[in-house]
Design a protein around this ligand. Sequence first.
Ligand code: ACM
Length: 416
Amino acid sequence: MDLGDEGYLLEITEDLIVISANKATGLFYGSQTIRQLLPASIESSSVQQGPWEIATGTIQDSPKFQHRGVMLDVARHFFTVNEVKRYIDFLAYYKMNSLHLGLSNDQGWRIEIKSWPNLATYGGSTEVGGGAGGFYTQEQYTDIVNYAAERFINIIPEIDVPGHTNAALASYAELNCDGKATDLYTGTEVGFSTLCTNKEMTYKFIDDVVRKLAALTPGPYLHMGGDETHATAKEDFLPFVERVQAIVKSHGKTMIGWEEMSQSTLIPGTIIQFWKNAEYAQNAVSQGGKVIMSPAPKVYIDMQYDSTSRLGLHWAAYIEVDDSYDWDPETYAEGIGKEDIIGVEAALWSETLETMDDIEWMTFPRLPGIAEAGWSPSKLRNWDEYKVRLANHEAFFKIMGIDFYRSKTVPWVDKP
Ligand code: ACM
């Protein structure tokens, strides 16, 4: 039986439940399925009355794609270790295996780098709207990494370069071409900042940061951003990307970059994250690269559900729950087929999100459908069938205290 590294076989008879798998990951996913098959009250933090009934039967299950994740932007607004852990719990329940943390942006730098201390202490001291911001110490970051690993989730840290770097440019004057530190920034414009790509100091800075992040991150990937570099001349951007790839490789990691990086020459292994422009993703594929699918009009879960949504943006689309379910990663972008794709990743940018409730309201109920796009064969995915299964997750959302959007597209079981 071909269960691969993440698959499992679950056999439930009247006497016994048996989970079989090649690897511990599969046993973990089998146990998540048992959680989903039992009444949601098993998730309660207080003792509940049974009966704890589960249907008999056999399930053989394994994921379609090796990468199933969410990008959480902790830079525009900062979220605490406990909030990130709660998010990890949600990902685990839906058998996702990657949490990509956006650790730097114009508005904040969120990870302690001891050789460049101002990045966190000054660059991390605010956020969108001017709040207090924050950062993770190296010990706190390691705590997140370990908590995720216990749930078979890999942390992918992102330091976005050369654009989206105002927090670093404000923290260290020497990173600026004119030698003057910028002011901290608490607005929501994009595309105005750039590292000074012609200064050697810039590469020393990146090397120091990458060395530290590589040492703190057991997973194979470091994400180096590369999106929306409108303030960087193209003739500077292309060689910059080559040098950054070499730095990441020299510290033993595989680089992921947003799709714009594919304009440069990619080294073998570099992964490109598609979000908007199929030509960039095709560029990556034509160089032998693999792609993570994050189409903004489907899986940017910071997008509003509709024009009445109290949170979120809508530059890519309004994304109702059925819209975010109803797409196929294998056919979405012209020229990008199943063999080119390592997986699916939702993105939760946090310009408008300040609290854990805000995060949950954007994430739920879209997350389970995106998890399914990463897991299930296309031919088994059908909105009319799925929406009924999704409605049954309401009990889980409620018992977990999840603040979710009560979309009219879903036939909820409980009426409010
Ligand atoms: C992006 O949305 N700027 C990757």
